[in-house]
Each structure stands twice: as structure tokens, then as C-alpha cells.
Write a protein that binds this ligand. Structure first.
Ligand SMILES: Cc1ncc(COP(=O)(O)O)c(C=O)c1O
Length: 387
């Protein structure tokens, strides 16, 4: 009997230990973990440098209130600002807090320049920005909002890829367009670079803000530090989380100077956000992932892996419909429901996770080894051959 609520459909398996790309059960079974906490453990399990950092800091200081200066947070904020489009950073603890805070930043900016009615956020229908009450209504998904009324107002929606409807939905009250640069839960759907460029142009023309949710696709996952970098587009606000903590809960909102101007003292806060323990871990993760040769390896290894997946798709064209994604944010879209396929992969000790549109999400750690990629390929091919 479990005393946990039933809001997860958990697999009947648990793990006692993790190392790099692998998870181990109590009876010694070893699984290749290509879920990694859903793109959270960016450097795999038990990374020695992260263990060292957390051990050292745990002996010094875990938590102090944000009423005091936190030097460890100043350092990480500086790294994030100097290394990216951002001028300012606001720390949180999770992705959904970061996306909600991003909405607050956008609204407060317009309020502070005397345009309080410019407060509506335009999002992709059935996207994913988290599970808090505003974030589910931002997603516009019936499945996520049903039963959680009254409706949180202030969000408009357009269909992914429907540019006509996007333009139609922008009104004088639109404050921002908020999209995931690559839709994760929605089925690993990449917004093409030209679309991101168009989005930026539309936002400039209409004088609205561009929020790119990089909670899942950011922090090196695509081989660039941010997924939007490839398009050369500069967003105004970017919520991040997952990968920046390498398994430790950290969220943040990155923003440019203009949008940060509304966030004066007392406008937002978080008890846990930006504590010294989290900041030390985040700093180390940032140092490792932002290294140019580390990012280059992600591009090289992921394109090797994606080529192999495409070869399997070519061999089994009736099973695999499409190989989607970029870097190590990969979706294997099947023609049929993917549940059984995921089970079969698990029986052969490869862990993957579902996304919408019959997609199997494959999320190796960013420092995955070539022989581990080869093992995964072998398993996927074996499952295809017995399907
Ligand atoms: C794009 C995106 N935004 C926000 C979130 C919410 O993050 P969290 O679960 O940390 O609240 C997620 C989580 O999957 C996500 O993929």
C-alpha cells in the first residue's frame, strides 16, 4: 500500500543507485537511463565534480534568506549573464516557477511603462509550461486544465505552425508570445529557425516581448547552450530549470535589461530560490556544459546517434514514422501508440519516456559515451525486429 497520491502512473520499478548513464536496482539489475529524470541529470548520475561541490558546500552553508546578499548566486548570475543574451537573472526552484515568473516579468514590464492593459500572453495550444495553476492554463490543454477551474484568464492560444492564427490572435493587449523553442512534452517538435526569426520580427513590429521556454531544451541539450542560439534570435525572457541543476532543483528566469526594469524590490521572491547549495551546483554545471568543446561533442555524438536512428527508421519504415529533435533531445515517432515499444525497450534494460503524438523521448545525459549510444541503438533495433 502506498500513501502517495495516485497522480503518477508509475512503472513498477525503483532504483537504489546511479552512475553516469546507468541506474541500478536493489537486486543489481543495470539499466541504460535515457530518461535522466526527463532531461534533468544533464551530466548523468553521481557526477564526481558535482558530488565534490555539493559535499564541500554542504559543510559551509546551505540556505540563507534572499534578504541578504548571496555571493554564490551573484557568481552564477554573472556567468549566465556574461555567457548568454541575458542582462539579469532571477533564481527559482523549478521549471513551472520559472515560466510563471517569466509571465510576471512580462506583465510587470508593461505595467511599469504605463500600459497595464497589455497583459495577455499568447501561447501554443497544447504546449507545456508546467503544472501550477497559471502554467496549465498557459498550455491551453484540456487534459491539464480539466477540473481545475475557474479558468485562469489572460492567455490566448494559436495552433503550432498556424501562422495566420498567430497573427490574428495578437491584439493591442498582448504583452508577450511564449513558446517552447522545441516542444518537449508536445512530441519533440522543433520550431524551425526561420519561424523563430519571424516570431522575433512580429514581436518587434508589434512591440511585444518574446519569451522562449528553454526549461527542457536549454542548457546544452541541443548542442548549443540554448536551443534558440542556432537561429541567432535574441529573446527578451527565457525561463530555465532542469539541466542547469544537474539533478539539484534549480530554476531561473533570464531577461534583458529592458524587461528587468519592472522587477523592483518586493515584486517577486522565492524562499528557496538561489540558495548557496543550489548556486554552487548550478555554477559547476554551467562551467562544464558551457565549455565549447563539451558542446561540440554533444553535436558530434548526437548527430552520430540520430544518423543511426534514421538508419533504423529506413529499415523499419512501417514502425518508425519520424526521428525528431536536435542534439540529445530526440523523439522517435511511431505509427502506433508507443506504450508497448517503451515496455519492450525497458525489458531489454533501456529506459525511455513517452511524449505526445506517439513519440518515444530519448534523453541521454549530455556526456553519454559512444559505446552507450551503440548499446541503445542495438536495443532499439532488436525491439523493431521483433515488433
Ligand atoms: C518546457 C517546459 N516548461 C516547464 C516545465 C515545468 O518544469 P517543472 O516540472 O520543473 O516545474 C517543463 C517540464 O517538463 C517543460 O518541459
Amino acid at each position: 500500500m502506498s500513501y502517495l497520491t495516485k497522480n503518477y502512473n508509475r512503472k513498477k520499478i525503483s532504483f537504489i543507485r546511479g552512475k553516469g548513464s546507468y541506474l541500478y536496482t536493489a537486486n543489481g539489475k543495470k539499466y541504460l537511463d535515457f530518461v535522466q529524470g526527463i532531461a534533468v541529470n544533464s551530466l548523468g548520475h553521481s557526477h564526481p565534480e558535482l558530488i565534490k561541490v555539493i559535499n564541500n558546500q554542504s559543510k559551509k552553508l546551505w540556505h540563507v534568506s534572499n534578504s541578504f546578499i548571496i555571493p554564490e548566486g551573484e557568481i552564477l548570475a554573472k556567468k549566465l549573464a556574461k555567457g548568454t543574451f541575458a542582462d539579469y537573472v532571477m533564481f527559482q526552484n523549478s521549471g513551472t516557477e520559472a515560466t510563471e515568473a517569466a509571465i510576471k516579468v512580462a506583465r510587470k514590464y508593461f505595467y511599469s511603462i504605463g500600459k497595464p492593459k497589455k497583459n495577455r500572453i499568447l501561447c501554443v495550444k497544447n504546449s507545456f509550461h508546467g503544472r501550477t495553476i497559471a502554467a496549465v492554463f498557459a498550455s491551453g490543454s484540456k487534459k491539464m486544465t480539466e477540473g481545475f477551474g475557474p479558468k485562469v484568464v489572460g492567455f490566448d492560444h494559436f495552433k503550432f505552425g498556424d501562422h495566420k492564427s498567430l497573427n490574428k490572435k495578437i491584439t493591442k493587449n498582448t504583452a508577450a508570445i511564449m513558446v517552447e523553442t522545441i516542444l518537449g512534452e508536445g512530441g519533440i517538435k522543433v520550431i524551425p529557425d526561420w519561424c523563430l526569426k519571424e516570431l522575433r520580427k512580429i514581436c518587434n513590429k508589434k512591440k511585444i516581448l518574446l519569451i522562449l521556454d528553454e526549461v527542457q531544451c536549454g542548457i546544452g541539450r541541443t548542442g548549443d547552450f540554448f536551443a534558440f542560439e542556432k537561429s541567432k534570435v535574441k529573446p527578451d525572457i527565457v525561463p530555465i530549470a532542469k539541466g542547469i541543476g544537474g539533478g539539484f532543483p534549480i530554476g531561473a528566469v533570464l531577461m534583458n535589461k529592458k524587461t528587468a526594469s519592472g522587477m523592483t524590490a518586493g515584486t517577486h521572491g522565492s524562499t528557496f530560490g538561489g540558495n548557496p547549495l543550489a548556486m554552487k551546483v548550478g555554477s559547476k554545471v554551467f562551467d562544464i556544459i558551457s565549455n565549447k568543446s563539451f558542446l561540440k561533442d554533444i553535436k558530434k555524438n548526437s548527430s552520430y546517434f540520430i544518423d543511426k536512428l534514421n538508419a533504423i527508421k529506413k529499415k523499419y519504415p512501417k514502425i518508425i514514422k519520424e526521428v525528431r529533435g536536435r542534439g540529445f533531445l530526440i523523439g522517435l515517432q511511431l505509427y502506433e501508440d508507443q506504450t508497448n515499444f517503451i515496455e519492450k525497450l525497458m525489458e531489454k534494460k533501456l529506459l525511455t519516456i513517452r511524449a505526445a503524438e506517439n513519440v518515444i523521448r530519448i534523453l541521454p545525459p549530455l556526456n553519454v559515451k559512444k559505446n552507450e549510444l551503440n548499446s541503445a541503438i542495438k536495443i532499439i533495433e532488436q525491439v523493431c525486429s521483433t515488433y
